[in-house]
Ligand binder design. Structure first.
Ligand code: PMP
Length: 305
């Protein structure tokens, strides 16, 4: 990913892709205190547009606030930076990665006095869990790793360090032949995927864990809540057990990268018919209409680059 032509926005300037480097003594590299976003831009009839840019930038600033980091740029500057990188790299549709990190002035655990940096990169990235996964559903394993307790790391921050837990869970699941991991919270209730929120469907009602299960407040999750309202589907946020997922009619993951990906199996137990269910398909189709600019009601969620 590092050896290619293109531009990356770094601390206020567009720099050559290959030159977008940091020092090995950067504080974040050693201790993992940093925050990031994952954002997507889609090709629409009106041109390329970033989906829910304002909400992603707001979450980035909230993550930084939780981590006691003061970003030396305004939300407007970071919004502009994101539009700029999509244009500069001539991308029609892409994934964007804004990141804020702590510099290399000194390396004690306390980062006080170190400079805070920011970057935004963008590149083409197809279906995170595969095109087949979007259509047929994926196979998931309940992780042997527990999701973060809400007072160990801060689960409402999209913090760099939170992802060591996601990486362990994902690697274990993939090594065991599954597509993705499902993590339970410290009390044993369903929390989220390694990089996705989870929803289940039972008797036509859609359920998702409430955020006290340590799940990230996903922007796609929020989009699904709007879609269900529009479709007249009841949504309940509550504690969910893993066996409720086994006996659900349908289940799906959501995320900026994962979009809306059906789950066809958990722990080798088929969910419903073991394929994408009708409610999931309806929600998925409404989601792609919105992000691709085919639903005028949500035109305000699309920022033209
Ligand atoms: N949970 C985790 C752990 C994630 O990494 C993501 C992806 N950002 C999500 C949930 C979904 O969040 P969003 O829909 O905002 O991308």
């Amino acid at each position: 990913l590092d050896d290619r032509d293109g531009k990356i926005w770094m601390d206020g300037d567009l720099v050559e892709w290959r030159e977008a480097k940091i020092h090995v003594l950067s504080h974040t590299l050693h201790y993992g205190c940093g925050a990031f976003e994952g954002v997507r831009a889609y090709k629409t009839d009106g041109g390329t547009a970033i989906f829910r840019l304002a909400e992603h930038t707001e979450r980035l600033f909230n993550s930084a606030k939780i981590l006691r980091m003061k970003i030396p740029f305004s939300p407007e500057q970071l919004n502009e930076a994101q539009k700029q990188v999509v244009r500069a790299n001539k991308l029609e549709s892409c994934y964007l990665r804004p990141l804020v990190w702590i510099g290399s002035e000194k390396l004690g655990v306390s980062p006080k006095g170190n400079r805070i940096h920011a970057m935004v990169a963008a590149w083409a990235w197809g279906a995170y869990l595969g095109d087949e996964g979007l259509k047929r559903g994926i196979r998931v394993k309940t992780s042997s790793y527990t999701r973060h307790h809400v007072n160990i790391t801060m689960t409402q921050a999209k913090a760099v360090s939170n992802y060591s837990n996601s990486i362990l869970a994902n690697m274990e699941a993939v090594d065991d032949g599954y597509d993705e991991a499902l993590l339970l919270d410290a009390a044993g209730f369903v929390s989220e995927g390694a990089g996705e929120n989870i929803f289940v469907v039972k008797n036509g009602v859609v359920y998702t864990p409430d955020l006290s299960a340590g799940a990230l407040n996903g922007i796609t999750r929020n989009t699904i809540l709007h879609i269900c309202k529009d479709l007249g589907i009841e949504v309940v946020q509550k504690r969910i057990t893993r066996d409720e997922v086994y006996i659900a009619e349908e289940a799906f993951f959501t995320g900026t990268a994962a979009e809306v990906t059906p789950i066809r199996e958990l722990d080798r137990i088929e969910i419903g018919q073991g394929s994408r269910g009708p409610v999931t398909e309806k929600i998925q189709s409404a989601f792609f209409d919105i992000v691709n600019g085919r639903n005028p009601k949500y035109a305000h969620w699309l920022t033209k680059v």
